[in-house]
Design a protein around this ligand. Structure first.
Ligand code: CLR
Length: 425
């Protein structure tokens, strides 16, 4: 009865078929008709998709879960906060260069991710279609933490770019310490939708609150700016309950995060300003020294002496660009292991024929399937099914830490009683 993805079992390292080239497909012709639309209403030509459901893309927050395990072992609350902050940054790192559009989840669609090797399991559900809302709940297998939240990607069209605001709170609970951290994710912007190469930027302020101690971490995901100097940079600080600045954090969401004492940071900044006036030093200076003898690591963050490394990204696998720029973790998300069908809920998106067909490079099938899908959706809307819809694994409630409305897991998915699950595929 157990999902046997046990320790020592190998996950796939490549996708079954290479990606169909997008060439320089102009998305503008399609997107201009989508201005003002919800993400759930937008269908793009299949070549602009990636073979994942939005539920799976959201599960990518889990790629660096080892950081949560690490936070659980630290006795100092500021030390815990800096690792949680590194986790928050790492959780959006897989978005780098990911301009493919994931498939819109159907209402009631679920995605389960059991990773015994990483010590957690996750369940997610599409809980609303208008607006599109996806809820997830991850729990450690040893009752050490819970990480949950929901995302409503609110789109805004800005002429040459489309901005997605991921509305919804992330909550991380460290159970043994009865400690909860909350934050909201940065904005995500896809540039060059009229012409040119699509690229992704994440920016905005992310504030992480430890509701138990009153510690706060403010992270500034910097917008690229005119000359691209700030590209991908994240900078911020941690303050305790008495508002004393305790650490400065810096790095890039595409690469790494460091922590340093505020005094050291300020002194370094002054020194750098003076140095800058004399000559334009290359940006790499200190970082180069530290990583010189590490093959493959090309750090572009200037490391201040005395900094502690909190997180470094796992490099993308070879030929990632032929696999929708997926990370190694992402590649495994739609894998259907033998025997898995018997355990998964019938609503699990691994069972979606359209996503499976795209993964196998069979675009014609996807297109055919999509038409049928549209008709089904239309029929559904007519019969007003949606109004009577009630979610299966989540319910709308109040987040006890923020007091705000939130989607909360009702439990029981892993009892694997799937009666009352809708027939979606
Ligand atoms: C980024 C990480 C956030 C949650 C989130 C919300 C909206 C998502 C975004 C993530 C990634 C990029 C995204 C976006 C909605 C539409 C956009 C999937 C997961 C795609 C790339 C737009 C495709 C359309 C182009 C072809 C123009 O925490």
């Amino acid at each position: 009865h157990f999902l046997c993805l046990c320790v020592g079992v190998y996950y796939r390292k490549t996708l079954p078929a290479p990606m169909i080239s997008r060439c320089d497909y102009s998305v503008w012709g399609i997107l201009k008709k989508c201005i003002g639309m919800e993400l759930s209403k937008i269908t793009m030509p299949i070549v602009l998709n990636e073979p994942l459901s939005f539920l799976q893309r959201m599960s990518e927050y889990m790629e660096h879960t080892h950081l949560i395990h690490k936070a659980c072992t630290l006795s100092d609350s500021i030390d815990r906060m800096q690792v949680v902050a590194a986790f928050a940054v790492s959780s959006v790192a897989s978005q780098w260069d990911r301009t493919g559009k994931p498939f819109n989840p159907l209402l009631g669609e679920t995605y389960e991710l059991t990773r015994e090797d990483e010590g957690y399991r996750l369940i997610s559900e599409q809980v609303s279609h208008h607006p599109p809302i996806s809820a997830f709940h991850a729990q450690s297998l040893k009752q050490e933490f819970e990480f949950h939240g929901s995302i409503y990607p609110k789109l805004k069209f800005w002429g040459k770019s489309v901005e997605a605001e991921p509305k919804g709170t992330m909550t991380l609970e460290l159970l043994k310490r009865k400690e909860a951290f909350t934050w909201t994710n940065p904005l995500c912007c896809v540039h060059n939708i009229i012409m040119g190469k699509l690229w992704i930027e994440q920016y905005g302020t992310v504030e992480i609150v430890n509701h138990h101690t009153g510690d706060r971490c403010v992270l500034n995901f910097k917008p690229c700016g005119m000359f691209g100097k700030e590209l991908h940079k994240v900078e911020g600080y941690i303050q305790d309950k008495s508002k004393r600045k305790r650490r400065v954090l810096y790095g890039k969401w595409t690469e790494c995060m460091y922590s340093v004492a505020p005094k050291v940071y300020e002194a370094n900044k002054k020194k750098a300003e003076k140095g800058d006036a004399k000559k334009n030093k290359p940006e790499q200076s200190a970082g180069k020294q530290e990583t010189e003898d590490m093959p493959g690591v090309q750090e572009t963050v200037s490391v201040i002496t005395g900094s502690a490394l909190l997180w470094r990204i796992t490099p993308r696998p070879a030929h990632s660009e032929e696999m929708y720029n997926f990370t190694g973790f992402t590649i495994t998300l739609n894998e259907l292991e033998p025997g898995m069908e018997r355990l998964l809920a019938p609503t699990d998106c691994r069972l979606r024929p359209d996503i499976r067909a795209m993964e196998n490079g069979d675009l014609a099938s996807v297109e055919k399937d999509r038409l049928e899908e549209k008709q089904r959706a239309a029929r559904k809307e007519c019969s007003k099914d949606e109004e009577e819809w009630s979610t299966r694994w989540f319910r709308l409630g109040t987040n006890p830490h923020t007091g705000a409305q939130d989607w909360l897991y009702t439990g029981g998915y892993f009892d694997r009683n799937y009666t009352d699950c809708p027939n979606l595929y």
